[in-house]
Design a protein around this ligand. Structure first.
Ligand SMILES: [Zn+2]
Length: 169
């Protein structure tokens, strides 16, 4: 197994374990007229939601379907994700490389989306900056946030993982 597929398998397993229905294709799409009511886009920062919808449309024009696999999360949901990650990775230190706390997670603040599948991540890594969407962590190719200046300046260098992010401290 490649590193990326191992990572993805782990994350999907955690999400599925916590949500139970995370893999359902009916829950994670943003290609709907009432995207704001869909799981994954509810509670997102309006700027992020607008950017992801523009990028999703552009990706669709390129034949790539972008799905939101995780968007806004309640503090309680983030707490369950973290607990599942501690169980999965065996320690709080290792879990912190993958899952933030309810206090620090940009997902809880509505400022991050996780996308998939792989070809969507690939597309976004090449075109996301044009929409102000940037990968923030080198170890999380699915996690995107808005960095408005990226439209002109390109995305800032990614942190190795969330433990390098000053916001996580
Ligand atoms: Zn994320």
């Amino acid at each position: 197994m490649t590193t990326i597929s191992r990572i993805l398998t782990g994350v999907v397993a955690i999400a599925a374990a916590v949500v139970g229905v995370a893999a359902s294709p009916t829950l994670d799409g943003v290609r709907h007229d009432d995207a704001t009511t869909r799981v994954g886009t509810t509670g997102l920062d309006p700027g992020l939601r607008a950017a992801i919808r523009r990028a999703t449309d552009a990706a669709a024009a390129d034949g790539v379907t972008v799905r939101i696999t995780s968007g806004w999360r309640s503090p309680a949901h983030q707490r369950r994700l973290l607990a599942a990650a501690v169980e999965e990775y065996g320690s709080e230190e290792e879990a912190a490389r993958w899952v933030a706390t309810p206090e620090t997670s940009p997902h809880v603040q509505g400022e991050a989306v996780d996308i998939g599948p792989y070809d969507a991540m690939d597309w976004m890594s090449r075109h996301g900056s044009a929409f102000g969407l940037c990968q923030i962590y080198a170890n999380e190719p699915w996690h995107y946030e808005v960095r408005p200046r990226a439209v002109e300046d390109g995305c800032p260098a990614a942190y190795d993982d969330p433990t390098q992010d000053p916001r996580m401290r």
